[in-house]
Design a protein around this ligand. Structure first.
Ligand code: FAD
Length: 549
């Protein structure tokens, strides 16, 4: 007979079992609906397969592992030669291999198939829930392609490797590699948002290449094969394509000084780099660097929206599961009216973010195919959505974490990983104010953007009085342009929420759309979750968001 453990004073009861293996995509009704809407049914089956992978315990553990053992910088080898290499935990490589294999990076650019970018967006939201840190190089690889495509020769040289679904890690001649990864280097010590302050200098060589000397203060995923980088050329700030390894196999000058010790995003390496006579090829005209790299930035901004949405969905799924299985004061948490209010409020936020994220992915796809009205909508809606969704994800992940009580604060739950990751989407690719100001720039400098926005918003008018009243207020705000810069965040928030509401009015169950409109447009409770007014169809909202397993 087994001996009784002399230290055990209790049996373990009322602890929530781990979320069972599941189809992370298939359980996300709002996401499945949006894919059917914008990409068509053909993409759904593959996303179910990806969702089933994402829901495996194996990948959850790999994700946590990649964040426990952080990347390490090796500036020199054992003999003192400079090598500038970063060593990652094997879990990181597994994650990269899987993401690249599913084509979550640049692959849609070469798959000329209707809905490929929208399907990728849904895949990005789904796979972010496994591990968000490695989605940084996945995103930069996706985003580098539209910028490179502005130069046919450079595109021929780099795009096929970036679109390959093979992950081939290591610093080798890019032409010998089965697949490539891209990064970007803009931010310097003296200015990140204001890149015009960049001091890094590019001097032309005779053969059309340049020698670049200077530094970058943030350069993520420094083991990538190629970087899009800004430097001052004779005619002004210019974009360059900088490989880590030169044709023939020798290394380009790329001195990694340090890795950043970051709040979150810890599986990923973010570095400080010095460049000394580094080889680079010009991308776009001299002096037009910002215009060129903006192609890349607008794609990474979409991914910030997708990533923030994935973080929220991941966190809220955990909150639901916990509430379904934890008892307190005589019943399960999910049956408590106040917990229902919190969960429904969180669920509304995720559904709205999902609907807008996929609407924007469709606009990006249509714009890439030459649709001008989609390009105008993308131009004005993306900075507003980036501003709003990334901010909301910080609050949503915190509130979802709290639904798990003390367990949510503990690393094993996976919630701290999601919470710590949330602010980065708001900081990089244009911090909050910069995106809000970019919205104003789009409105004032690019003809047709405001009309594109109003036409999009007009498609949902007449169905909800809160929406109609809020749209009218927006028109009033836009009619008075004084003090616009001071009001940029307010305007961005209102535009983003109206765009979200429009999607819900058109496509979500009426109970969801009405609750979102009344709680987001009808009143202000200081932004706290769990403050929905009485009389809403809570069962519809909860049912739709519940991760049923
Ligand atoms: C984890 C991580 C990884 C990163 N990886 C990369 C990378 O790979 N490549 C890269 O190039 N960069 C990278 N960055 C840098 C990031 O893009 C910058 O930090 C960001 O653009 C802000 O620039 P900054 O840090 O210089 O802040 P600043 O530009 O000094 O901005 C500080 C604050 O001022 C606000 N602000 C700026 N201008 C105005 C204005 N006109 N009016 C009002 N407010 C304003 C900003 O919104 C911000 O809140 C990374 C950052 C992080 C945190």
């Amino acid at each position: 007979m087994a001996k009784k453990n002399p230290t055990a004073t209790h049996s373990v009861a009322n602890q929530v079992p781990p979320l069972p293996e599941r189809d992370v995509f298939g359980q996300d009704t709002a996401l499945v609906d949006a894919v059917n809407r914008h990409a068509g049914h053909d993409h759904v089956e593959r996303l179910h397969q990806l969702g089933t992978q994402a829901g495996r315990t194996y990948w959850r553990d790999i994700g946590l592992e990649a964040n426990r053992d952080h990347p390490r910088l090796h500036t020199h080898d054992r003999y003192g030669h400079r090598i500038d290499e970063v060593q990652f935990h094997p879990a990181w490589h597994e994650l990269m291999d899987e993401s690249v294999g599913w084509g979550l990076h640049a692959e849609p650019w070469q798959r000329e198939e209707q809905g490929a970018h929208v399907a990728r967006a849904a895949g990005f939201i789904t796979w972010t829930q496994v591990e968000p840190g490695h989605m940084c190089p996945i995103s930069m690889t996706y985003a580098a392609v539209p910028a490179l495509q502005t130069d046919p020769d450079l595109a021929d040289q780099w795009v096929p490797g970036l679109c390959s679904t093979e992950y081939d890690f290591g610093l080798r001649d890019p032409s010998d590699k089965a697949g490539l990864i891209a990064g970007m280097a803009m931010t310097e010590k003296q200015g990140g948002s204001d890149v015009r302050q960049n001091t890094t200098v590019a001097v032309p060589n005779d053969g059309g290449s340049y020698r670049i000397t200077g530094h970058k203060w943030f350069c993520s995923a420094p083991m990538s094969d190629v970087f899009l980088m800004l430097a001052q050329a004779p005619e002004g700030l210019t974009c360059f394509v900088v490989p880590r390894v030169l044709p023939g196999g020798s290394r380009n000058s790329f001195h990694i000084q340090r890795l950043k010790d970051k709040l979150g995003n810890r599986s990923n390496a973010s570095s400080e780099v010095e460049f000394i006579d580094t080889y680079g090829m010009r991308l776009g005209d001299e002096g037009r660097g910002v215009k060129t790299i903006v192609e890349m930035v607008s794609a990474t901004r979409l991914d910030c929206v997708l990533g923030a949405t994935g973080l929220m969905r991941g966190a809220v799924s955990q909150a639901f599961w916990h509430a379904q299985h934890r008892g307190a004061f005589g019943s399960t948490l999910i049956d408590k009216p106040l917990m229902q209010n919190v969960l429904a409020d969180l669920a509304l936020e995720v559904e709205a973010a999902t609907a807008l994220a996929l609407r924007l992915a469709a606009a990006v796809e249509d714009a890439a195919a030459g649709d001008e009205s989609a390009a105008l909508l993308r131009r004005i809606a993306l900075p507003a959505a980036k501003f709003w969704t990334t901010k909301r994800s910080i609050a949503v992940t915190a509130e979802a974490l709290e639904c798990l009580g003390g367990n949510g604060y503990v690393e094993e739950s996976g919630m701290p990983l999601l919470y710590r990751e949330a602010p980065v989407n708001s900081v990089w690719e244009g911090s909050g104010n910069v995106n809000a100001l970019d919205l104003l720039r789009a409105m004032s400098k690019e003809e047709g953007t405001v009309d594109a926005l109003l036409s999009e918003l007009g498609t949902a008018s007449g169905a909800n009085s809160y929406y109609d009243a809020s749209l009218k207020e927006l028109l009033n705000e836009l009619s008075d342009l004084s003090g616009l810069e001071y009001r940029a965040r307010r305007l961005s928030s209102r535009i983003a929420v109206l765009l979200q509401t429009a999607q819900l009015i058109k496509y979500a169950p009426a109970g969801v759309a009405d609750a979102f409109a009344v709680s987001r447009l009808g009143r202000d409770e200081g932004g706290q979750f769990g403050t929905l007014p009485p009389g809403l169809e809570l069962d519809v909202i909860l049912e739709r968001a519940m991760p049923a397993v």
